[in-house]
Each structure stands twice: as structure tokens, then as C-alpha cells.
Design a protein around this ligand. Sequence first.
Ligand code: IPD
Ligand code: CA
Ligand code: CA
Length: 257
Amino acid sequence: MNYLEVAEKTAREAGVILLENLGKVKEIEFKAKNSLVTEVDKLSEEIIISNIKSSFPSHGIFAEESGRDSSESEHVWLIDPIDGTTNYAHAYPFFSISIALETNGEVEVGLVYDPVKDEMFTAEKGKGAFLNGESITVSKSHAIEHSHVCTGFMHEVEWMVEANIKHFGNFIRRARAVRRDGSAALDLCYVACGRFDGFWELGLNPWDTAAAVLILKEAGGQVSTFTGDKYSIYEKEILASNSIVHEQMIEILAIED
Ligand code: IPD
Ligand code: CA
Ligand code: CA
């Protein structure tokens, strides 16, 4: 099996566990205020890591719950075993599994799986983006006033809330509608397949964005910082769009009040 096939197989396996336990979460721990982790996050991560390790024993792992291992391989798998844990813990059916392979610092494979809708978003660098095997592209929306955009509030940390409430208000006033769905990986894939025209968030981590950013780029989307500078998955702010409304979104994010 190639890299993507292994990622798909393990995402489906972990997806079954997520569905079986949906609405039955017993233990919620707090990594920080409003930063939840459940026993299902840990189980999902164990399944994904053990599958990847059995196929590619020398590869490195950088996973949300267990951190970075000591491998010095040029290949590192970035894993978010449940993106949208708060939704998951409340049985709100919008969450995903995100798996990406970074090789020498470049993400070359990305997969985001929504087990509830059985939607598998995938991309390999230079080969396009797919939803359940069908090619996807970003929307053609030209104007922010006709755009459907999305954001997230990273665990409700105080400074983040203040900063993003300002942007939220500015987009509500200008876009057609603003959503806050609670799984950044899936939100970005929704931009990739045209369900959203744009997305922005502060404070995300590499395991949230690595896979979905590749999928978005391969679908013809654009990604940058809020000011239009080059984005890296190790960057703390992300602006993603269908590329056509990107400049308009940068202008809105620059509004001071
Ligand atoms: C969170 C989700 C959420 C975003 C947070 C992330 P988690 O990931 O992506 O949409 O707003 O910033 O941390 O903690 O559920 O894996
Ligand atoms: Ca996450
Ligand atoms: Ca997570």
C-alpha cells in the first residue's frame, strides 16, 4: 500500500471507533480551560499510529495527544485523531480525523475524514484534490457580499476571543453569512470543495491544518497569513479562500475597529 492508502485505511478504522462511541463519551480531561480530550481521542490516535508504524516503522510521528516521537526520519506523519473534540464530546456531528505526511518539511499527502457523512477528502502534492475519489475545486464566488465564510475560536482563550470577535463582526457585516463549525480541518476542506468561500482562524496547530491546507491548495485555493504573507503550518494565523476573494478578506481582516 502507498502512503495515501495506508492513511485511508487507518482513518476508516478510527472512524468506526468514533461513530461507535459518539454520544457515549465517559471521560473528559482538560488540557487547558475549554481544551478537551476524551478517551476516544486517545484510542483513535493509538489506532492511527499503530497502523502507520506497522507500514512505515522508520517514519516519525507528530500527533496531537502524544506529541512528537524521537525519529529523525525525513518523513513525519501529523495526526489529529479527532478534530472537533468539543463537538464530539457533545455528540454534535461535525468532527474529523486529519492525517498528513510531511517529507523534508513539505506536506505531500493529506487526508481529512468525516465519518458521520462518510466523506473522505484527500490530496497528494501535484495530483489534485478529491472527495470520495471525485475531483474537487474551490468555488467561483467573486464578491465577499456573496460569500459564505467560516472561522473558529481556538478554545476560547481570552486574547483570541477579543481579536477574533472583531473580525467576526466585520465579516458578519460584509459577507453573505459567517459560520463557526468547530473542526478547522473540515472547515478548510469545505473551502476546498466550494461549500465555503473562505476561512480564517487564529491559534491553530500543525496537526489541525497540515492535511487540509494541501487539499485546499490542490483544489485551487489560496492560503496565507492575515496580511497575505506566505503561510506555514507552524504559523499561528491562517487565511484560506477560493483565491478570488482572498484580497477582499485581507482587507476585512485589516480593519482596525
Ligand atoms: C480544534 C478545532 C476547532 C478550532 C480549534 C482547534 P481540536 O481542534 O479545529 O475548530 O477552533 O482551534 O484546536 O482541539 O478539536 O482537535
Ligand atoms: Ca484539532
Ligand atoms: Ca484533536
